[in-house]
Design a protein. Structure first.
Length: 146
């Protein structure tokens, strides 16, 4: 029982570190989804970063060729992407960030360059994540990512 309480305190401490600042929460987001082929992702850590009722939106062309948006919860995104992320290496590496904050809300445009291995010299693509965040007085939370 004592060990369980200690492990729980460590998890809470890690969660507190991840959500103490805008920079920390963005870094934790990228670290949680990144990993080598066969490496299990830390979905508990990922879900802890989000506010209640948070959404992730993905944009792209459907099978019909039309451009559209798919909205998910952090949990449904984990279910959707877990197998593909574990099958092949995926490291989402941030290369530029622009932040705007007004009081307890913030918007961050984060440009990333994904790689199959962390040491790959070239990215296989580029993308941008638009983070909307809130501070509740004790921690930052992701409200949405587009």
């Amino acid at each position: 029982m004592l060990l369980h309480g200690w492990a729980g305190s460590l998890a809470q401490s890690a969660g507190a570190v991840d959500t103490r600042s805008i920079g920390a929460i963005l870094t934790a987001t990228y670290v949680a989804i990144s990993g080598a082929a066969g490496e299990k992702r830390d979905w508990d850590r990922f879900r802890n970063l989000f506010a209640e009722r948070a959404t992730l939106s993905f944009f792209g062309r459907g099978q019909d060729g039309k451009f559209g948006r798919t909205d998910m919860t952090p949990a449904s995104q984990n279910e959707r992407s877990d197998a593909s992320l574990q099958a092949g290496g995926f490291f989402e590496i941030e290369i530029h960030r622009r932040s705007e904050r007004f009081g307890n809300i913030a918007h961050v445009c984060s440009t990333y360059a994904p790689r199959r291995e962390a040491s790959d010299p070239q990215a296989f693509a580029r993308g941008i994540n638009s983070f909307q965040l809130m501070f509740d007085g004790s921690r930052w939370s992701v409200v949405s990512i587009y």
